[in-house]
Design a protein around this ligand. Structure first.
Ligand code: SPV
Ligand code: MG
Length: 294
């Protein structure tokens, strides 16, 4: 397994050049990293991994509001890198203070991460899917653009990408706000634009992709179809999406399975039933974490 930083870092750029679209799955620890690395169905597999702030926080029982700091996020990334080779996109939340952001992306670039996505919010960051049920405060677009500009200047390679995430729809602003922010961030050097929505019809996303790709056909677009999950990858790609991220599905499914097991053991006052119904065997677990040098 070659997981050296320089081998991993440029893989995402190469994939963007060569593939119709990039399929990304959340990886939030070594174990989920192994699932993303190794799962294959009918010749299909995941291209890259997303290190989600939501999942990283949830696994620590903490809210998704940047309380889990960069050092801790970095531990998670290292853990994933230990056992995988696929490229990594890091959820950088707001990117924090510009001075800190510059340091953080230099670290990420050095260890072999391929891209960071930062979102144009300020104040106490709230998860986007909360939409208008939380206070979503957008950053001034010029201030945010400066963060992108400074970040780009700090990088040492052409491999590492900074993607700007537009939260206009999350803050109930319209397409004009989103497009104007997109233009500012592209001009500041953003390598791609992520557009997000908490609505399930996907209309805002489709309209944005249409307008954006008309203007910037060459700039990478990223979508996270958590709420508008009915769209097939092919549809999103046809609308203009280049990177499709399944941001939290391993964590959410694992939680459900773990809760069921915990409840079942309480119910039965032994593990026999839960073990047979909900658990993989000890043999399978031990094989999974067997000696990777074999
Ligand atoms: C995350 O996975 O942490 C994200 C995507 O930022 S979302 O939860 O939809 O905001
Ligand atoms: Mg996040």
């Amino acid at each position: 397994m070659n997981n050296m930083p320089e081998m991993r870092r440029n893989k995402l750029k190469q994939m963007i050049e060569n593939k119709e679209y990039i399929r990304v799955m959340e990886a939030s620890n070594g174990l989920t990293g192994l699932i993303v690395e190794n799962t294959k169905v009918n010749g299909k597999e995941y291209d890259a991994m997303w290190v989600s702030s939501l999942c990283d926080s949830t696994l620590k029982g903490k809210p998704d509001n940047e309380v889990v700091d960069f050092t801790s996020r970095l531990d998670t990334i290292h853990e994933i890198m230990e056992v995988t080779t696929k490229p990594i996109i890091v959820d950088g939340d707001t990117g924090g203070k510009v001075e800190h952001f510059v340091q953080h992306i230099k670290t990420l670039e050095r260890i072999g991460v391929s891209a960071i996505i930062i979102e144009d919010k300020k104040g106490l960051k709230q998860n986007s899917i909360l939409g208008n049920k939380a206070k979503q405060i957008l950053e001034d677009k010029e201030i945010f653009a400066e963060k992108i500009r400074k970040g780009k200047q700090a990088l040492l390679t052409n491999d590492f990408m900074i993607f700007a995430r537009i939260e206009s729809f999350i803050a109930d602003k319209d397409i004009n706000d989103a497009m104007s922010r997109a233009e500012t961030y592209v001009n500041a050097g953003a390598d791609g634009i992520m557009i997000h929505s908490y609505k399930s019809d996907g209309n805002e996303i489709i309209e944005f992709l249409k307008q954006f790709k008309e203007k910037y056909p060459e700039i990478v677009t990223i979508v996270v179809p958590t709420t508008y999950s009915k769209f097939k990858e092919r549809d999103l790609s046809d609308y203009g999406a280049n990177i499709i991220i399944y941001a939290n599905h391993l964590l959410r499914s694992a939680y459900l399975a773990m809760l069921k097991t915990a409840q079942k053991i309480l119910e039965d006052e032994r593990s026999f039933e839960a073990s047979n119904e909900y658990c993989i065997s000890m043999k399978e677990i031990l094989e999974l974490i067997g000696d990777k040098n074999d």
